[in-house]
Design a protein around this ligand. Structure first.
Ligand code: MN
Ligand code: MN
Length: 459
């Protein structure tokens, strides 16, 4: 019996075969991530994979039965994968896994286009918590949709193919940064200067030559040709700039992955794979959710504060002749979101013995919050004990920690919104370094551990 607790490094405990599985799993993840930079992209990818795995479209008016596999895509951004089990949902509730698929980025302003000094720009309004100075002088891709009059949707994705152009936000040269570099980091780049360059070639023709905005005219002509759109259509669009390019292995040993949007696709992928791969004989009814709007407060029709999750649970309950309140009360949830992994370069913001470490497995956090555990779901000991038992039974390597040292800052996840519904919920995620930076860092060992944790939860 181990009297003393010691954190375990997954890689140190993995044999050759396990190591192979860890690396193999991460290949699938990178592919998913590259195709899922925004919540809309993630919903499309999830739908495709769900169909490949035998899931059928869900309807609120259908009568579900044991063995049914369903997917529900709420407004193209919020995904519910449902697997109906054999046990009584009134007695055992449903097992829910939630992760969010929106990530910090630069959304377009409603009137974004202007020309200045030989360049055409799109103005942005940042989405989520970013350090603005990190988003300049790097290749950006444009993702999203534009609504044409009459309800036609045009999908836009430029900057990801080798042959695509990219977009670019400038920074100041060091030679003229005497004043800029003395400013606090929050003021180094002004939000109103996060304007992405989208063109530099003037239109030719008599009319255009007289016009002061001939570059803007030329870009609008290109956009019209490609998407059939005009400038005003941008007011009915959802377009955003995200870092261009693919996820990449990090280190000579390829133990880590750097990519845009690990937060929180690094949790969405394992929960999705778990509902696909879980044992057919499992008696549980399982729901995997991809949530939207987490980075801006989880509001709206597609955020976790929306009632849609209750409606899904109610549909399941009514189908199986159970009381929806009873089902919810007996349900259990893993809120899968990233946490701040310990970074030795910034040791002072962590309390080392209560931090999570890269490659030490899925991170189970009893609470998040800030300033004295404010605004958090502080999971009760009984449910922590339940989670510990199912993870330990399956030999899943996991760790626990807080999101940084006391009074340094803090943060939250969707856990509290689900817990507020009367559902036992705990945060189980993956430690990330450089969270919310254009390229974040995770360990392949941890995403695999989270996958095993989700599988154990579904079992
Ligand atoms: Mn997150
Ligand atoms: Mn986040």
């Amino acid at each position: 019996m181990d009297l003393k607790y010691e954190r375990k490094n997954v890689y140190k405990h993995a044999d050759g075969k396990q190591l192979e599985k860890i690396y193999e799993f991460s290949e699938g993840y990178k592919k998913f991530l590259d195709n899922s930079k925004t919540e809309r992209d993630a919903a499309i990818t999830a739908k495709k994979l769900a169909e490949e795995n035998g899931f059928k479209p869900f309807s609120f008016s259908e009568k579900l039965k044991a063995g049914d596999k369903r997917y529900f895509i709420n407004r193209n951004k919020n995904v519910f994968l449902i697997r109906v089990g054999t046990e009584s949902v009134a007695e055992h509730g449903v097992r829910i896994m939630v992760a969010h698929v929106d990530s910090p980025r630069l959304d377009l302003k409603p009137n974004p286009m202007f020309e200045d000094s030989g360049m055409c720009f799109l103005k942005t309004h940042y989405y989520g918590g970013i350090k603005k100075y990190q988003w300049t002088a790097l290749p950006l891709a444009l993702h999203g949709v534009v609504m044409l009059p009459g309800g036609k949707v045009k999908e836009v994705c430029v900057g990801e193919d080798e042959d695509d152009p990219i977009f670019y936000i400038t920074d100041l040269l060091p030679h003229l940064s005497g004043e800029q570099i003395t400013k606090p980091a929050a003021k180094v780049i002004d939000g109103e200067n996060l304007n992405a360059i989208i063109g530099g070639l003037p239109a030719v023709g008599e009319e255009d030559e007289k016009d002061k905005e001939s570059i803007k005219n030329a870009v609008l002509k290109l956009l019209n040709k490609k998407y059939g759109m005009t400038e005003v259509d941008l007011q009915c669009s959802e377009l955003c700039f995200v870092p261009a390019g693919k996820a990449r292995d990090v280190g000579f040993d390829k133990a880590l992955i750097s990519a845009y949007g690990h937060d929180d696709k690094v949790c969405a992928y394992p929960e999705m794979r778990a509902i696909f791969d879980m044992d057919e004989s499992s008696p549980h009814t399982v729901i995997a959710v991809f949530a939207d709007k987490e980075e801006v407060g989880s509001d709206g029709t597609t955020g976790m504060q929306s009632k849609v999750i209750c409606d899904v649970i109610e549909t399941i309950a009514n189908s199986l002749g159970a009381n929806p309140i009873e089902v919810r009360y007996n349900s259990k949830c893993i809120s899968a979101d990233v946490t701040a992994g310990y970074d030795p370069a910034f040791a002072s913001v962590y309390e080392k013995s209560n931090s999570t470490f890269l490659s030490c497995g899925a991170a189970v956090s009893k609470y998040t919050g800030s300033r004295g555990k404010n605004s958090t779901n502080d999971t009760h000991a009984e449910f922590m004990g339940f989670i510990r038992d199912i993870l330990d039974k399956d030999g899943v390597i996991w760790q626990t920690g807080e999101l940084g040292a006391i009074d340094i800052g803090g943060g939250g996840t969707v856990a509290k919104y689900i817990a507020n519904l009367g559902i036992d919920t705990v945060d189980v995620g993956v430690p990330v370094l450089s969270m919310h930076a254009p390229y974040e860092l995770i360990s392949k060992a941890d995403i695999y551990s989270l996958y095993l944790a989700c599988l154990a939860f579904c079992k």
